[in-house]
Design a protein around this ligand. Structure first.
Ligand SMILES: [Zn+2]
Length: 220
């Protein structure tokens, strides 16, 4: 994805997809993509079904200035991810049902399934509670994301990262499925986690294999 117009369309389409797949309800949730020093993000409090490509605000990563509609109130978190994690090019924030249950119980998700370990890392932490749209929630969430592609946010929801938008979306799906599996496995006598080191190894392997594939498919 190289230009702003393509990114605006991709962000708008992803907003709709999140709504259709139940990962987002109403206007809670936001999507962004990094294109060089610019970030295309969903606007503040907008109804995804009514959004047009040209409604998507574009923020300058260095100055924080934006063009177009008012950006999502969680833009600070998206920008901080791009500033601190150079490999990340897409961020999706959701309040999906099972991730929200885990966030409400403030329960971290252990690496109970191979896909969680591969894509997200050896477990998903819960960021301490902080009021939405504050500097504090940004700091708490960044700490929980260290070395991971997702984090739960206490009493709020989840954030998923990707080296591209499809990877961030897959991360939301794997996290939601993983939280559901964890809650249900607890009723079956208790979820059993994969050994931490094996989970960490799977994650490293996935990151390297995927980045090689990605480079092969997108030669510069
Ligand atoms: Zn939120």
């Amino acid at each position: 994805m190289s230009d702003i117009q393509t990114a605006r369309k991709a962000v708008r389409d992803m907003g709709l997809r999140l709504l259709e797949t139940g990962l987002v309800i109403g206007t809670w949730g936001n999507v962004s993509v990094r294109i060089g020093v610019k970030v295309v993000i969903t606007p503040s409090g907008a109804d995804y079904a009514l959004l047009r490509e040209e409604d998507m605000p574009v923020i300058d990563l260095e100055t924080g200035a934006y063009e177009g509609a008012k950006p999502s109130s969680e833009k600070g978190l998206h920008l901080e991810v791009y500033r601190r994690r150079k490999e990340i090019n897409a961020v999706i924030h959701v309040h999906s049902p099972h991730a929200a249950t885990m966030a409400a119980a403030r329960k971290p998700l252990p690496p109970i399934l191979d896909d969680i370990a591969q894509l997200i890392g050896p477990g998903v932490r819960v960021a301490d509670y902080a009021l939405p749209s504050t500097g504090r929630i940004v700091r708490k969430t960044m700490r929980a994301l260290k070395g991971r592609m997702a984090a739960l946010m206490a009493n709020h929801g989840a954030i998923c990262l990707g080296r591209d938008l499809e990877e961030a979306y897959l991360c939301c799906q794997v996290l939601e499925k993983g939280c559901k599996a964890y809650i249900e496995a607890e009723f079956l006598g208790g979820a059993k986690g994969i050994n931490y080191f094996e989970a960490a190894l799977m994650h490293q392997f996935f990151l390297r294999k995927y980045s090689r594939q990605w480079k092969d498919e997108n030669p510069t």
